[in-house]
Design a protein around this ligand. Structure first.
Ligand code: PXG
Ligand code: PLP
Length: 454
């Protein structure tokens, strides 16, 4: 299914012009070393299926699904056409006290693939907005039930929950927090699950660490459960370097939350839409949360969109006051944007046509063999995998953390492969349409880069 990029596309890419002529002063780039980048820019100009084309006309194999989002691969005709048609039919519809049919249709479609009992869908425009929406919803939920003192939010060390104030407050990445003042009040964190001493080079879920979930009991003892609204965790932590939950850990977290009336939120911005071999990681791990935050793969990354998928009972608790009153004072101008809804519906159609929401399960053994073949390469201190996600942790260069992995990233880029690095971990999360030969190509080029980074 992955044909090489057509010659006419290649030609068009070349005509875009390389990096020399474009003024680059005005664009302040996100999460980027701006000055370094602008000295040697890496520009992408086209994409099709498994490949990008860069500004010099080179083909680049996409090893990260853009940024963990293009799960069906690039430039899928059905999605392209849906967006084009929608743009011509209706550009925008106000989402407050008004709606359009595709918003309802997409919500039904998302609910249909969500875990049983999670039948309500609130739309946002990104993962960060989904997270802040879910946190607000959790606090408001307790309030409408008469437990307004449950306001505390619990995150986890090494968590990533986007960049808005709620998300960085419950998040656990120091660089994303330390510059931004006092953050939200009333937040605490449970321990992360990364335990290389016991779990290095585990295939799939590590054997050790279910008991780390008991750290939530420590916070209950400290704050009292009656003050805690919700716990938010990524089922698989992506941005902090692919941390797969230990066997039994999520079950234990669920039990503790249930015992204390605390809501459990799974942040599935990365794991949603097939990444772990099921529509959601909740299904892969057999644990149903109270809310799922998602984004990215919801529209195949084609139009910004996120969502919070909610247990029916939580939604229903809001539906108690007078019918003419707004139940939840929250929403975005672009919630359920028509272009995003059209893209989302066509994306789910594409996933269904190609069997992509379960394809990662079929490919997992092959992918696992490939990434674990990197064990023994220089400075590889851990390999982690689940579904179509792989993390390769390298020993940092002495005194220069992140540099070795970033060197490998640049090396891969030169070889025509796009990967992601975070700290000294290389992350791979290719589009779910990847073929076995392309897994080999991806891992072989990463192997070469790791050897050269030694
Ligand atoms: N939660 C999780 C678990 C995420 O992975 C967000 C929230 C925020 O989503 P938005 O759409 O606001 O970016 C994310 C996003 C990386 C990387 O390289 C990962 C993300 C974003 C940027 C880079 O690991 N994940
Ligand atoms: N700031 C101002 C002044 C606004 O009027 C609005 C929305 O109306 C916003 C921020 C929020 O924008 P959005 O709904 O796109 O998140």
């Amino acid at each position: 299914m992955n044909k090489p990029i057509a010659p006419e596309l290649m030609q068009a890419a070349e005509s875009v012009g390389s990096t020399g002529t474009q003024a680059m002063d005005a664009y302040w780039m996100p999460f980027t070393a701006n000055r370094q980048f602008k000295k040697a820019p890496r520009l992408l100009t086209r994409a099709d299926r498994m490949h990008y084309v860069d500004a010099d006309g080179r083909q680049v194999l996409d090893g990260v699904a853009g940024l963990w989002c293009v799960n069906a691969g690039h430039n899928r005709p059905r999605i392209v056409k849906a967006i084009q048609d929608q743009a011509a039919e209706m550009d925008f519809a106000p989402p407050f006290q008004m709606a359009h049919p595709k918003a309802f249709e997409l919500a039904e479609r998302v609910a249909a693939i969500a875990p049983a009992g999670m039948g309500k869908v609130f739309f946002t425009n990104s993962g960060s907005e989904s997270v802040d929406t879910a946190l607000k919803m959790a606090i408001a939920y307790h309030r409408v039930r008469g437990e307004g003192q449950r306001t505390r939010l619990i995150g986890r060390e090494r968590g990533y929950h986007g960049v808005n104030f709620g998300g960085i407050s419950v998040g656990g990445m120091v660089a994303n927090r330390k510059h931004f003042g006092s953050l939200l009040a009333g937040v605490d964190h449970i321990r992360h699950t990364h335990d290389p001493a016991r779990n290095a080079f585990s295939r799939g879920q590590p054997a050790h660490g279910a008991e780390i979930a008991d750290d939530l009991e420590r916070l209950v003892a400290l704050h009292d459960a009656s003050t805690i609204a919700a716990v938010i965790v990524e089922p698989v932590a992506g941005s902090t370097g692919v941390l797969v939950p230990p066997q039994g850990y999520l079950q234990r977290l669920r039990e503790i939350c249930d015992r204390h009336g605390i809501l459990l939120i799974f942040d599935e911005v990365i794991t949603g839409f097939g990444r772990t071999g099921n529509p959601f990681a909740a299904q892969t791990f057999g644990v149903t949360p109270d809310m799922i935050t998602c984004a990215k793969g919801l529209t195949n990354g084609c139009v910004p969109m996120g969502a919070v998928i909610v247990r029916d009972a939580i939604h229903d608790a809001f539906m108690s006051g007078p019918e003419h009153l707004i139940e939840f004072f929250h929403g975005y101008t672009y919630s359920a944007h028509p272009l995003a809804c059209a893209a989302g519906i066509a994306t789910l159609d594409t996933y269904a046509d190609d069997g992509l929401l379960t394809r990662a399960k079929e490919l997992e053994p092959y992918f696992a063999d490939a990434v674990h073949s990197l064990k023994g390469e220089p400075n590889v201190i851990d390999v982690r995998n689940i579904g179509l996600v792989g993390g390769i942790e390298l020993a940092p260069l002495p005194g220069e953390p992140t540099k070795r992995a970033f060197g490998a990233f640049l090396d891969c880029w030169q070889q025509g492969v796009l990967i992601r690095t975070t700290g000294d971990t290389i992350a791979m999360s290719p589009p779910l349409i990847i073929e076995r030969a392309q897994i080999d190509e991806l891992v072989d080029k990463v192997r070469g880069a790791i050897r050269r980074a030694a």
